[in-house]
Write a protein that binds this ligand. Structure first.
Ligand SMILES: [Zn+2]
Ligand SMILES: [Zn+2]
Length: 153
Protein backbone atom coordinates (compact mmCIF):
# COMPACT_ATOMS: atom_id res chain seq x y z
CA UNK A 1 0.00 0.00 0.00
CA UNK A 2 1.86 3.03 -1.32
CA UNK A 3 1.05 6.66 -1.84
CA UNK A 4 3.02 8.82 -4.24
CA UNK A 5 4.02 12.07 -2.60
CA UNK A 6 6.21 13.90 -5.17
CA UNK A 7 3.57 16.66 -5.34
CA UNK A 8 3.80 17.28 -1.60
CA UNK A 9 7.60 17.38 -1.63
CA UNK A 10 7.39 20.24 -4.14
CA UNK A 11 4.73 22.07 -2.15
CA UNK A 12 5.77 22.10 1.48
CA UNK A 13 2.93 22.73 3.88
CA UNK A 14 0.27 21.89 1.30
CA UNK A 15 -2.31 19.28 2.28
CA UNK A 16 -3.02 16.49 -0.23
CA UNK A 17 -5.60 13.74 0.00
CA UNK A 18 -5.31 10.09 -0.95
CA UNK A 19 -7.44 7.01 -1.17
CA UNK A 20 -6.13 3.49 -1.57
CA UNK A 21 -7.04 -0.13 -0.95
CA UNK A 22 -5.07 -3.33 -0.90
CA UNK A 23 -5.68 -6.93 0.06
CA UNK A 24 -3.07 -7.83 2.63
CA UNK A 25 -1.64 -11.32 3.04
CA UNK A 26 -2.05 -13.11 6.38
CA UNK A 27 -0.29 -11.34 9.25
CA UNK A 28 1.26 -12.86 12.34
CA UNK A 29 0.19 -11.01 15.46
CA UNK A 30 1.29 -12.53 18.74
CA UNK A 31 0.00 -16.09 18.65
CA UNK A 32 -2.72 -15.26 16.15
CA UNK A 33 -2.72 -15.27 12.39
CA UNK A 34 -4.83 -12.43 11.09
CA UNK A 35 -6.42 -12.99 7.68
CA UNK A 36 -8.51 -10.55 5.71
CA UNK A 37 -11.84 -11.08 3.97
CA UNK A 38 -11.50 -8.03 1.74
CA UNK A 39 -8.94 -5.30 0.90
CA UNK A 40 -8.15 -2.81 3.64
CA UNK A 41 -9.27 0.59 2.42
CA UNK A 42 -7.61 3.77 3.61
CA UNK A 43 -8.36 7.40 2.87
CA UNK A 44 -6.80 10.48 4.35
CA UNK A 45 -4.38 13.33 3.91
CA UNK A 46 -0.64 13.87 3.83
CA UNK A 47 1.46 16.98 4.22
CA UNK A 48 5.21 17.57 3.99
CA UNK A 49 6.77 19.98 6.47
CA UNK A 50 10.19 20.11 4.82
CA UNK A 51 11.58 17.26 6.91
CA UNK A 52 8.89 14.68 7.36
CA UNK A 53 5.42 13.69 6.25
CA UNK A 54 2.41 13.69 8.47
CA UNK A 55 -0.18 11.19 7.30
CA UNK A 56 -3.67 11.08 8.76
CA UNK A 57 -6.09 8.44 7.66
CA UNK A 58 -9.22 6.46 8.30
CA UNK A 59 -9.20 2.77 7.48
CA UNK A 60 -11.58 -0.15 7.46
CA UNK A 61 -10.67 -3.81 7.43
CA UNK A 62 -12.76 -6.96 7.34
CA UNK A 63 -10.95 -9.52 9.46
CA UNK A 64 -11.68 -13.25 9.51
CA UNK A 65 -12.19 -14.36 13.06
CA UNK A 66 -13.92 -16.90 15.28
CA UNK A 67 -16.69 -16.20 17.77
CA UNK A 68 -15.41 -16.56 21.33
CA UNK A 69 -18.79 -17.91 22.47
CA UNK A 70 -20.06 -20.26 19.72
CA UNK A 71 -16.76 -20.84 17.80
CA UNK A 72 -18.44 -19.98 14.48
CA UNK A 73 -16.20 -18.35 11.86
CA UNK A 74 -17.26 -14.90 10.76
CA UNK A 75 -15.82 -11.65 9.44
CA UNK A 76 -15.58 -8.67 11.71
CA UNK A 77 -15.39 -5.13 10.39
CA UNK A 78 -12.84 -2.99 12.18
CA UNK A 79 -12.62 0.73 11.59
CA UNK A 80 -9.83 2.89 12.90
CA UNK A 81 -8.08 6.17 12.33
CA UNK A 82 -4.40 6.98 12.63
CA UNK A 83 -1.92 9.83 12.50
CA UNK A 84 1.72 8.98 11.78
CA UNK A 85 4.95 10.66 10.78
CA UNK A 86 7.24 9.37 8.03
CA UNK A 87 10.89 10.41 8.13
CA UNK A 88 13.26 10.06 5.18
CA UNK A 89 16.00 7.44 5.14
CA UNK A 90 16.97 4.34 7.02
CA UNK A 91 19.73 6.08 8.97
CA UNK A 92 17.31 8.24 10.90
CA UNK A 93 17.05 7.31 14.54
CA UNK A 94 14.21 4.86 14.40
CA UNK A 95 11.71 5.00 17.21
CA UNK A 96 8.15 3.99 17.81
CA UNK A 97 6.86 7.37 16.75
CA UNK A 98 7.95 7.47 13.12
CA UNK A 99 8.19 5.30 10.01
CA UNK A 100 10.97 5.56 7.43
CA UNK A 101 10.44 6.30 3.74
CA UNK A 102 12.68 6.76 0.73
CA UNK A 103 12.20 8.31 -2.70
CA UNK A 104 8.83 9.89 -3.35
CA UNK A 105 6.60 7.10 -2.08
CA UNK A 106 5.32 6.30 1.38
CA UNK A 107 4.81 2.64 2.17
CA UNK A 108 1.83 2.58 4.52
CA UNK A 109 1.63 -1.14 5.28
CA UNK A 110 3.34 -1.17 8.64
CA UNK A 111 1.66 1.98 9.92
CA UNK A 112 -1.77 0.65 8.91
CA UNK A 113 -1.19 -2.80 10.41
CA UNK A 114 0.29 -1.43 13.64
CA UNK A 115 -2.81 0.69 14.11
CA UNK A 116 -5.14 -2.14 13.15
CA UNK A 117 -3.55 -4.46 15.72
CA UNK A 118 -4.24 -1.88 18.42
CA UNK A 119 -7.93 -2.07 17.53
CA UNK A 120 -8.32 -5.85 17.46
CA UNK A 121 -10.72 -6.96 20.17
CA UNK A 122 -9.39 -9.43 22.72
CA UNK A 123 -12.46 -11.58 22.15
CA UNK A 124 -14.77 -11.29 19.15
CA UNK A 125 -18.41 -12.32 19.25
CA UNK A 126 -20.45 -13.04 16.11
CA UNK A 127 -23.26 -10.89 17.51
CA UNK A 128 -23.95 -9.14 20.81
CA UNK A 129 -26.61 -11.64 21.89
CA UNK A 130 -24.80 -14.79 20.78
CA UNK A 131 -25.89 -17.56 23.18
CA UNK A 132 -22.71 -19.59 22.81
CA UNK A 133 -22.27 -23.32 23.20
CA UNK A 134 -23.86 -25.49 25.85
CA UNK A 135 -21.07 -26.32 28.32
CA UNK A 136 -22.53 -29.80 28.83
CA UNK A 137 -23.29 -31.17 25.35
CA UNK A 138 -21.57 -28.57 23.19
CA UNK A 139 -24.68 -27.74 21.16
CA UNK A 140 -24.83 -24.30 19.55
CA UNK A 141 -27.53 -22.64 21.62
CA UNK A 142 -28.27 -20.21 18.81
CA UNK A 143 -29.60 -23.01 16.64
CA UNK A 144 -30.23 -25.97 18.96
CA UNK A 145 -32.30 -26.28 22.10
CA UNK A 146 -30.85 -28.97 24.32
CA UNK A 147 -32.26 -30.29 27.59
CA UNK A 148 -29.06 -30.09 29.58
CA UNK A 149 -29.23 -28.57 33.01
CA UNK A 150 -26.34 -26.23 33.60
CA UNK A 151 -27.19 -25.25 37.15
CA UNK A 152 -24.47 -25.90 39.70
CA UNK A 153 -25.34 -28.90 41.85
ZN1 LIG B 1 -21.28 -16.62 18.32
ZN1 LIG C 1 -26.62 -29.16 26.11
Amino acid sequence: MRIRVANAIRQTGELFSFETAELFSDQEFGEQTISFAEPISVSGTYVYDGKAFKVEGKATALVNTVCARCTKSFSERIGFSFSERFVKGEDEVSDDETYPYSGDELLLDKAVLDNLFLELPIASVCREDCLGLCPVCGADRNTTKCDCTTEEA
